[in-house]
Design a protein around this ligand. Structure first.
Ligand code: TRP
Length: 344
């Protein structure tokens, strides 16, 4: 037996408003990968509770992320969509990985340091062990490719280290079970380029974020046409006209952001957008961008709102997805138990 066939896994946390940054940075890429790969897309509710979540909001947000996946064009029949807590193997493999990963490795995780801040004595143990669960998410399917934002690069490297150490620590039983090149593949990150990095409408040097107190800083996927247009109209810009070459966007973060968003929504390069709009003032460009954003996002938001009005359909999709995910994860976890030496 050699390494498993290519398989994509990725996850999104149900921790609040989905916005344009999530859409362009993650969800549209998930949609694209469906053409070339078998994909598993997971709403990671176990990850969400590493920081306290109001239970009713957690359920709402889990359904909303699912609705966004479906509305954006993820095919839950050809591929798999489910929420993490319905597949117990994630948490079970995570425990084994807690015993494979080293304290020193986790101590280097910059996202933990940022999230814990000065109060690191008082955050949950789960927040610290979070990257081990992430490794388990991926490897419990022996997934090979993981589309993520650049903030997750370090966690992906940790997943590779865990896979590698597991393969080494249990080399003998892995070989005895018939696996020639180790049991877990080393999963490859597919990192989004800077073009898909969406910045705040209030400050072009900060990422668009659900936690920004100003709702004007972001476009939420459930915003209606009027809200989308208003936020673009009010977005911060500089006084100059658009340049005709991408080079002219250096040192102009707000202009670069709006042009980048246009290009991404239009499915063209920034250079092409500037060929059309170079020389235009923002008073001309913003309404065009607003129209495009409404055209692309409007139907998605409307479909999400429609699905959220009767959640039975969403819940059924998640349940079926979980069953199908279990059918893959179950046998892999059985192999892991054998390899580790657990009586079955
Ligand atoms: N940590 C990821 C994030 O916050 C979400 C996530 C959890 C994930 N498990 C994953 C992403 C597995 C990719 C693969 O964005």
């Amino acid at each position: 037996m050699t390494m498993p066939a290519p398989r994509v896994f990725s996850g999104v946390q149900p921790t609040g408003n989905l916005h344009l940054g999530n859409y362009l940075g993650a969800i549209t890429r998930f949609v694209d990968m469906q053409e070339s790969h078998d994909c598993i897309y997971c709403v990671v509710d176990l990850h969400a509770i590493t920081q306290w979540q109001d239970p009713r909001e957690l359920a709402h947000n889990t359904r909303e992320v699912t609705a966004a996946f479906l509305a954006a064009g993820i095919d839950a029949e050809k591929h798999i969509v489910f929420n993490q807590s319905q597949v117990a193997e994630h948490a079970q493999l995570a425990w084994i990985f807690n015993c494979v990963a080293r304290l020193g490795w986790l101590n280097r995780m910059t996202q933990f340091k940022e999230k814990a801040g000065k109060d690191s004595e008082n955050v949950s143990v789960g927040l610290y062990a979070y990257p081990n669960l992430m490794a388990a998410d991926i490897l419990v399917y022996r997934a090979t490719h993981v589309p993520v934002g650049d903030d997750q690069k370090q966690h992906l490297e940790l997943s590779r280290d865990i896979a590698q150490k597991f393969n080494n620590d249990f080399a003998q039983t892995i070989r005895e079970a018939g696996y020639k090149d180790g049991f877990f593949p080393l999963p490859e990150p597919l990192i989004a380029g800077p073009a898909t990095r969406v910045m705040s409408f209030k400050d072009g040097t900060k990422k668009m974020s659900k936690s920004d107190p100003s709702d004007l800083s972001r476009i939420n996927l459930t915003d209606d046409a009027e809200a989308i247009a208003r936020k673009i109209r009010k977005a911060r810009t500089d006084p100059d006209a658009l340049p005709s070459e991408p080079d002219g966007l250096k040192e102009r973060p707000e202009a670069a952001n709006l042009v980048g968003i246009f290009a991404a929504l239009q499915g063209e390069s920034v250079a092409d957008t500037l060929k059309t709009y170079g020389g235009a003032q923002f008073s001309t460009f913003k309404p065009v961008l607003a129209d495009l954003a409404v055209e692309r996002l409007g139907p998605i938001g409307a479909e999400m709102n429609r699905m959220m009005a009767d959640t039975a359909y969403i819940d059924a999709v998640l349940q079926t997805g979980a069953q199908r995910a279990r059918a893959i994860a179950g046998p892999i976890y059985e192999e892991v138990k054998k390899i580790v030496g657990f009586i079955r």
